[in-house]
Design a protein around this ligand. Structure first.
Ligand code: HEM
Ligand code: HEM
Length: 241
């Protein structure tokens, strides 16, 4: 792009009060994850039959795998490189947040980005542990890979599958509180942009506006993610019920 064109596009952007921040696939990923995690919990608690719990578990694993792929080829704000900050940068941002120093990021801020990595890691670990967990309340169901490891490993995986969910709940609660704290403390709405995909334009430190990747690439990532999860379990000798 020539300097003139660049200036023109920046001029055009400055006229618009709201700029693009989150692409459709990232928003769909987020709200689907929220619904599916609630369903994973509800189906487990409401029904001793784990068939639906496990189906939802596979769907969550596919979603997370999709998000990992999207983190490399997705839109500019969704790429991991856009929000992988050094720990000190995240801490400094946290201090600036508490002191109400005006700092603005279009995508995930350094502290929020760190929490996103933790959330993705926890949900992935929760799903993977589920594959090796066994329901000793009913003795009816186990994850598809329980017969591939020792009984001790199954017992350990099951314990961690149950404990990790409590840890996940704590991090989710902090994540939701932080979204509201942002609105109250900094008077900046983060939740609206996760729904509409647009954010009020500011002098952002990271990027002026998101470069949106093609939805076709997102579809390919989703197909690949399903192949990796379902194919991986099958190749490991598991039966998807
Ligand atoms: C099961 C519960 C939830 C999980 C596991 C979760 C997880 C995540 C993840 C992984 C992201 C990063 C999105 C991406 O880049 O792909 C994110 C972002 C976000 N989530 Fe959640 N979330 C949950 C619930 C909620 C709820 C209920 C709200 C609203 C009240 C919320 C508000 C947000 C906001 C505002 C962002 C964007 C933050 C920013 O601008 O940097 N989340 N969440
Ligand atoms: C990230 C997705 C998942 C979440 C959030 C989740 C959550 C839970 C929760 C809350 C429980 C009940 C713990 C309790 O009794 O207190 C549970 C149990 C269980 N889950 Fe998952 N799960 C997920 C994925 C999976 C997957 C993929 C499988 C297997 C395909 C699986 C298999 C099991 C089994 C066998 C149990 C019974 C363990 C027991 O309570 O003794 N889960 N899960």
């Amino acid at each position: 792009m020539s300097v003139d064109q660049d200036a023109a596009s920046r001029g055009e952007a400055s006229e618009r009060p709201r700029v693009r921040v989150w692409d459709g696939p990232t928003r769909l990923f987020h709200w689907s994850l929220v619904i599916l995690i609630a369903l994973a919990y509800a189906t487990r608690k409401a029904n001793p039959d784990l068939v639906w719990h496990m189906r939802i578990g596979y769907a969550i694993l596919i979603l997370i795998t999709f998000r990992i792929l999207w983190g490399f080829v997705g839109s500019s704000t969704s790429r991991f490189s856009a929000f992988a900050y050094a720990p000190w940068t995240a801490v400094r941002y946290g201090i600036d947040f508490l002191l109400r120093r005006p700092r603005h990021f279009l995508g995930h801020n350094p502290l929020g980005g760190t929490v996103v990595f933790i959330l993705l890691g926890l949900v992935a670990a929760q799903g993977l542990l589920g594959l090796f967990s066994y329901d000793d309340h009913t003795d009816l169901h186990g994850g598809p890979l329980t017969s591939k490891v020792s009984e001790a490993t199954v017992a350990l995986a099951t314990r961690w599958h149950i404990w990790l969910f409590d840890i996940l709940l704590i991090v989710i609660a902090l994540h939701i509180l932080a979204s509201f704290a942002y609105a109250i403390w900094k008077r900046e709405d983060l939740i609206g942009p996760m729904i509409t995909g647009r954010k009020r334009r500011k002098d952002f430190e990271d990027q002026p506006e998101a470069q949106i990747a093609s939805p076709l690439v997102a579809l390919l990532c989703l197909i690949l993610a399903a192949a990796i999860v379902l194919g991986g379990i099958t190749l490991a000798g598991g039966k998807i019920g």
